[in-house]
Design a protein around this ligand. Structure first.
Ligand SMILES: Nc1ncnc2c1ncn2[C@@H]1O[C@H](COP(=O)(O)OP(=O)(O)O)[C@@H](O)[C@H]1O
Ligand SMILES: [Mg+2]
Length: 262
């Protein structure tokens, strides 16, 4: 199994959309994918038709055991989605109580990594949609992953969230054996706006080594797909957004081979 986190310490930048789009394309290609909703807002869970406010069982359950995640629990929590090869480990609002806790204090930093170990043979990919706050959940997402995508909205205020995310990553890397490779993904790009053009230029000048050189354009079909509760490629496999996500997926897969990320 390969584990990717999709994270940024800012909301509304395209994290959930990126998670679902990449998962959908992997599943279209025959891969078995588990998507993990670690955001207490539960957008990914809502996307696939469950209500994070009323779900009785969720990722929160994984954090309730001092002696380690019980055998079989992660598999019991899985929910089906619109795609037969995508399963969801759902969020619930209870996760918010964990969000701001520091992982160092209670040794809860590896709960997600250990849970995914139990699913290792059942799935080819795990994609983790991360919360926008630095706390137990973010640490779990980054600790469990072999690769990180950081969606960055191409507008003026986006750069701060990115800088915060990179500082967080540096902190996490100190407790990892290997630095976590990351890819900055420009999102919601609108070529007609000065903000999009100048932010993209800034990213290209500032992060030449870790930036995916293309971008995800604004595409209303992506919103339509989320309203329909299906993956973007299930909704319209040739929309501009899906074509861009297909290129991003190809890039991220090639990165694995180039760097031989474990
Ligand atoms: N490329 C895009 N084009 C148009 N709308 C988008 C695009 N990416 C995301 N959106 C929409 O923007 C909103 C925020 O995106 P979302 O993926 O939920 O961000 P996050 O998970 O970072 O909070 C959602 O309504 C989503 O449908
Ligand atoms: Mg989200």
């Amino acid at each position: 199994m390969r584990v990717w986190a999709i994270a940024n310490q800012k909301g509304g930048v395209g994290k959930t959309t990126t998670t679902v789009a990449l998962a959908g394309l992997l599943a279209d290609a025959g891969k078995r994918v588990v998507v993990v909703d670690l955001d207490p807002h539960g957008s990914l869970t809502s996307y696939f038709g469950s209500d994070p406010d009323t779900l009785e069982r969720s990722c929160f359950d994984l954090f309730q055991y001092q002696g380690g995640v019980p055998q079989g629990l992660p598999a019991e929590l899985l929910l089906p989605t619109s795609h037969e090869r995508i399963s969801l480990l759902p969020s619930s609002t209870a996760l918010a109580t964990l969000e701001r806790q520091s992982p160092g204090q209670n040794g809860l930093g590896l709960v997600v990594a250990k849970s995914l170990t139990q699913l290792w043979e059942d799935f080819d990919f795990a994609l983790i949609d991360s919360p926008p706050l630095l706390g137990v959940l973010m640490v779990n997402a980054l600790a469990a992953s072999q690769q990180l995508a950081i969606p960055v909205q191409t507008e003026f205020l986006a750069v701060k969230g990115l800088q915060r995310m990179i500082t967080t990553l540096a902190m996490i890397n100190r407790s990892r054996k290997q630095a976590l490779p990351y890819t900055i993904v420009p999102t919601l790009f609108d070529r007609r706006t000065q903000a999009s053009l100048s932010t993209l230029k800034f990213l290209r000048d500032s992060y030449p080594d870790n930036l995916w050189q293309a971008y995800i354009p604004v595409d209303t079909r992506l919103r339509d797909a989320s309203r329909a509760g299906v993956t973007p490629s299930q909704f319209d496999s040739n929309s501009r957004g899906v074509i861009a996500y297909r290129a991003l997926l190809k890039y991220m897969l090639a990165l694995v081979q180039a760097s031989r990320v474990a």
